[in-house]
Design a protein around this ligand. Structure first.
Ligand code: SF4
Length: 422
């Protein structure tokens, strides 16, 4: 007989929608009501059949797999712990402890997506708000270098453009949506204004907006936009009641990177002279924001942290995983809840293939092909409870909707830690 669980959190993306109704029968998810196609894929395709760990392709007992993993990590001179964005914050905490114990480098998937957001934030700070406030109050929404209609499919309906809020009871009719991007996207098609800028000119356009806000004048086109359009946007920003600029990898991973983000944070802060205005990153993976939070509490830095000297050192470009791997500066890797082989550049992926690797994840992926030890763990939010941080850094509880038959990442990391100590 099937059972329905209400208000389950989908941990696929940084929206962490916590209103999903999940129907389960015989350890299979039959339905996930209200989930978008991305979340639906995660729920309906979840298959906990792989229950035994593998060492060099052979099924072994858990003790043997833990000892093989501990052996690889203890023998390494410079181990790397990478991933963490789709696991729980409880497991992230254990991963940092293990990195400290091993003298390892720890880095999250943040280093290949929103790391420049952290660097920009460190440069100028920023004014923060929650998605609840956006839903209740925001009448101007700017989406810069991001495409929520395809990447965060329920963002519009739950938190932003179409959501009915306290000061926006008519939803979309009470809000103005502006998209700034280098090409027309699905999100751009729904916008009231689409400003198509030339690739690599985000910094110039943002700087022009700031200059106009400070009373300077601009009469030349910037980034391919006529000055009138830029002035019109400034006017909209200054006169809105509550504005938010959401930004994605179109801003963080293009020319200027952290400097682009520093500009958008500074712009948001400066607009508070006129109105209430905020800038918020559109975080991708379900708990990538949690990885930043947890690594920061424990080491003082959000990612790219090395414990090799016995204390945490922060090194963007030096301890970021892609750089460490491409320069062949690590001799073992523990990959947690991520798939670097599917996303890393060739040079980094080639080195990952060469060194001993351990994969801890609920599903097999491209990185399973190169892992010497595979630890199939429970999936937080499906068969294990845990905590994840939404893109606005609000912690949300992940519920379990079926009985757990495999250990969690947290339990595995604790067992590896014990084995390493011995
Ligand atoms: S928007 Fe994100 S969190 Fe919400 S249902 Fe879709 S994938 Fe899941």
């Amino acid at each position: 007989m099937s059972a329905v669980f209400e208000n389950v959190t989908c941990k696929f993306c940084g929206c962490l929608c916590d209103d999903i109704a999940v129907e389960v029968e015989d350890r299979r998810i039959l339905k996930a009501k209200r989930a978008c196609p991305n979340g639906l894929g995660m729920f309906l395709n979840y298959d906990p059949t792989l229950q035994s760990p593998l060492v060099e392709g052979k099924e072994v007992e858990w003790d043997e797999a833990v000892s093989a993993a501990a052996d690889i990590l203890s023998r390494a001179d410079s181990p790397l712990i990478y991933g963490l964005s789709s696991t729980s914050s409880e497991a992230q905490r254990k991963a940092v402890e293990l990195a400290d114990r091993l003298g390892a480098i720890i880095d999250s998937t943040s280093s290949v997506c929103h790391f420049p957001t952290t660097l920009g934030f460190q440069m100028v700070g920023g004014a923060a708000c929650t998605l609840g406030e956006v839903k209740a109050r925001a009448d101007l929404l700017i989406f810069w270098g991001c495409n929520p209609m395809e990447a965060h499919m329920r963002h519009f309906t739950r938190y932003s453009a179409n959501a009915k809020g306290f000061l926006t009871p008519n939803g979309r009719r009470d809000r103005t949506v502006v998209v700034v991007d280098v090409r027309p996207t699905k999100t751009a098609k729904t916008a009231d204004r689409f400003l198509q800028i030339e690739p690599g000119t985000d910094y110039e356009v943002l700087t022009s907006l700031r200059a106009l806000i400070k009373g300077k004048d601009i009469n030349e086109p910037v980034g391919g936009l006529p000055s009138e359009q830029i002035k019109e946007l400034v006017q909209m920003m200054k006169t809105c009641r509550y504005g938010v600029a959401f930004f994605g990898m179109g801003l963080t991973m293009t020319a200027g990177r952290g400097y682009n983000v520093a500009e958008i944070f500074a712009l948001g802060a400066e607009l508070n002279q006129y109105t209430r205005f905020f800038a918020m990153p559109m975080r991708g993976h379900g708990n990538v924001a949690g990885a930043d939070q947890v690594i920061t509490w424990l080491s003082g830095y959000p990612a790219a942290v090395s414990f090799a000297r016995g204390y945490p050192q922060f090194g963007p470009g030096e301890f970021t995983s892609v750089d460490v791997l491409a320069r062949r500066e690590t001799d073992a890797a523990l990959i947690i809840a991520s798939d670097p082989m599917a996303h890393f550049p060739r040079k980094a992926a080639e080195h990952l293939e060469r060194i001993p690797a351990i994969l801890m994840a609920p599903v097999t992926n491209c990185s399973s092909q190169v892992a010497n030890v595979i630890l199939p763990t429970a999936c937080y939010g499906i068969d294990a409870p845990g905590t994840a941080y939404r893109m606005d850094n609000v912690p949300i509880r992940l519920r379990s909707v079926m009985q757990k038959v495999r250990p969690t990442d947290e339990e595995m990391l604790m067992r590896i830690m014990e084995a390493v100590k011995q």
